[in-house]
Design a protein around this ligand. Structure first.
Ligand code: G3P
Ligand code: CA
Length: 295
């Protein structure tokens, strides 16, 4: 952990500890649909506020809330018995105690485990003892927590080729939990993926839903992307002001200019550069650090 990160962690840990005693923080510039290049970039908590709590857990959602951050990014995959769960890696090793609980099940792929088996795993201890017992949430649990917190979701379809039909499954769960009604679709939900075909499918199934492509398509290819995606969400290392402007010159499937949310920016200096590039959003593990730099 770098000095800056350690300092940020210490400061935010103190903040999170005090959060219960304080009035809710006021979010800033959190309308991800407002096309105003002068506004501060929207801050998105990457896998939740994953610098401060185990990624993709309900604790990470709550940590973002405690910091006054509305937008939360996550990663969605599917279990062997068809349940949608929130986890980044396609195997369970790094972020759970799966090797201890199921020693004979290498390579511990998410797709090879049932939801009941995954529910037994500890997804918090790897990050810190105080998170022991945190679980891998289902998508249902995840959106219900966001709803309780009045937060917003940037949902990533992770490794879509591994999970044929996951787009329909995701939309089914979101619909059942009330996340495809007008108010959610208008400004509380966006669905992104590295898989262009997956995003095309989402757009075809639910043309009203905001979509995002993760990557940095060549400028010449951007008009083709603009047919099905509202956002181009590139790695910070791959962009500059010219690229951001090239994206933003185009209109997406909803007739509004394309937006750019860049990732994963955890450093104040990089955040200042990203803002100078004109990005619309910054996806970060340390949302307080980025907000304090760009807000
Ligand atoms: O939302 C952007 C970012 O999450 C994409 O990369 O690997 O962290 O899912 P990854
Ligand atoms: Ca992600």
């Amino acid at each position: 952990m770098s000095v800056r990160t350690a300092t940020a962690s210490t400061a935010a840990a103190a903040l999170l500890g005090a959060a219960a005693l304080l009035p809710p923080a006021q979010p800033r510039a959190t309308d991800a649909r407002t096309p105003d290049r002068q506004a501060s970039p929207v801050v998105v908590a990457h896998r939740g506020a994953s610098g401060y709590a185990p990624e993709n857990t309900l604790a990470a959602v709550d940590a973002a809330k405690a910091l006054g951050v509305d937008w939360v990014e996550n990663d969605v995959q599917r279990t062997r018995d068809g349940v949608l769960v929130v986890l980044h890696d396609t195997d369970l090793k790094r972020t759970t105690n799966v090797e201890e609980v199921f020693p004979g099940r290498a390579p511990w792929a998410v797709k090879d485990f049932t939801a009941a088996e995954i529910a037994r795993l500890d997804a918090g201890s790897w990050f810190g003892a105080r998170f022991a017992g945190a679980r891998v949430p289902t998508l249902t649990q995840f959106v219900n927590r966001l709803e309780r917190n009045r937060q917003k979701l940037l949902l990533e379809i992770k490794s879509p080729a591994t999970y044929p039909g996951i787009e329909q499954d995701i939309l089914r769960v979101l619909g059942k939990e009330g996340w495809l009604d007008r108010s959610h679709v208008r400004d509380r939900l966006a669905i992104q993926s590295f898989g262009a075909d997956s995003i095309k499918k989402v757009h075809a199934l639910r043309p009203d839903v905001t979509t995002g492509f993760l990557g940095t398509p060549a400028v010449a290819d951007l008009p083709a992307y603009a047919a099905f995606t509202d956002q181009i969400n590139p790695s910070y290392a791959t962009i500059g002001a010219d690229y951001v402007a090239a994206v933003q010159r185009l209109k997406g499937p909803h007739g509004k200019r394309l937006r750019v949310n860049t990732w994963t920016v955890d450093d104040a200096a990089d955040a200042a550069k990203a803002r100078a590039y004109g990005v619309d959003g910054i996806i970060t593990n340390f949302p307080d650090v980025i907000r304090d730099t760009t807000g």
